[in-house]
Design a protein around this ligand. Structure first.
Ligand code: CMP
Length: 145
């Protein structure tokens, strides 16, 4: 498997809890290098467009409200099999179903709101390319050795 890049968000709940450093550490300790990173406050228009594939889902409004409720950290992770590795590190979307040792298990329990699941990660190559370019210009991505 060649080196891949994937897109990641450390969501407002994790930033508010003060665990963004611990989450970034999980990536770095598991072979994912951070090649772009910035803290942003997502606008309503950005959140609606980013999550457009979910717009017919009943939770869409709550998801947009949550993602705009506070700062989050958007980042690009690079490594062998980065897309799958990141998803394994995150754990199941519903933290109640996430394995012990995953980010969502370790930082989201007890669950109050499924939108507040600490992290987002691209679910495939097409999504990774779209999501990276949604938040980053190519000159914001660095080369790491
Ligand atoms: P994320 O990877 O950011 O992609 C879409 C998000 O919708 C998901 O993580 C969850 O945080 C959020 N969400 C809120 N409610 C639900 C739900 N009922 N089922 C799935 N995802 C949900």
């Amino acid at each position: 498997m060649a080196t891949q890049r994937t897109f990641s968000i450390i969501k407002p709940d994790a930033v508010k809890k003060g665990v963004l450093g611990q989450i970034a550490d999980r990536f770095e300790q598991n072979g994912l290098k951070i090649v772009a990173m910035k803290m942003i406050q997502m606008s309503q228009a950005q959140a609606e467009e980013f999550y457009a594939e979910h717009k017919e889902r009943p939770f869409f409004g709550e998801l947009v409200d949550f993602m705009t409720s506070g700062p989050c950290v958007v980042q690009v992770l690079e490594g062998e099999n980065a897309i799958l590795k990141n998803r394994e590190l995150m754990g199941a979307t519903n933290p109640n179903n996430a394995d012990a040792g995953t980010i969502r298990h370790d930082f989201c329990l007890p669950v109050e709101d499924l939108s507040a699941n600490a992290v987002h990660g691209s679910d495939g190559e097409e999504a990774a390319a779209r999501e990276i370019s949604f938040f980053f210009n190519s000159d914001e991505l660095v080369t790491r050795v």
